[in-house]
Design a protein around this ligand. Sequence first.
Ligand SMILES: Nc1ncnc2c1ncn2[C@@H]1O[C@H](COP(=O)(O)OP(=O)(O)OP(=O)(O)O)[C@@H](O)[C@H]1O
Length: 236
Amino acid sequence: MDTIQQPAFECRKLTMRYGKTLALDAVDLTLMPGRIVGLLGPNGSGKTTMIKLANGLLQPTSGEILIAGSAPGPESKSFVAYLPDRDFLPPYMNVTQLLEFYSDFFADFDRERAEKLLDSLGFEPKQKLKAMSKGTKEKIQLVLTMSRRAKIYLLDEPIAGVDPAARDFIIRTIIGNYAEDALVVISTHLIADIETVLDEVVFLKKGHIVLHKQSDEVIAENGKDIDHVFREVFAC
Ligand SMILES: Nc1ncnc2c1ncn2[C@@H]1O[C@H](COP(=O)(O)OP(=O)(O)OP(=O)(O)O)[C@@H](O)[C@H]1O
């Protein structure tokens, strides 16, 4: 008998206002485990706001967001691996200290996996974060995030600052390092680079979901790739 799966991520009439700005307007969205989902939208469409709400960094104005059935909080932090869209690690730390920091903070951190990945990328143990280029910092932050054996990965713009060759590495790291029953949500507007790994896409426009479908359905219905569909939907 099939067991009924609980959604990994659920928004119910989720609304977020910053003063007069309505960033999310009564959004309903259900994402199931075992999927890689692209949260796609132009600047200011509400992607970061939704991811921050999922991490409990913001409180909704109204409606709710549920992570594996509960409101975000200390418990969900133990199984949600979050990659913010900005630097978030102490800049004075070197590679070894960062590995120790993650091992101390996250019970699900697979240090061996992180060490192997960092070694294959040529990182040196004594290399300090503050001396790394923007793209190199993004790589180490992604390796640390994806080396958690999390149930849910929320990646906010993981490829924005890196060159096309490094983007391929990042995409391989994402698909090579998550458990098959985990949910991966990737927010980006660089769709062409990432669309081949997406099972589902969510198009967010001015705080509304204008499309939520399986990637292959979007391609079949439109006869073009997701990047081109996105450009049409969001044409200025
Ligand atoms: N702290 C804040 N105070 C006021 N308005 C905010 C704040 N954060 C976001 N906003 C506004 O909320 C809306 C959604 O912003 P959000 O950062 O979620 O969009 P985004 O889709 O992640 O954009 P980008 O692709 O540029 O990162 C925008 O109109 C933005 O200006």
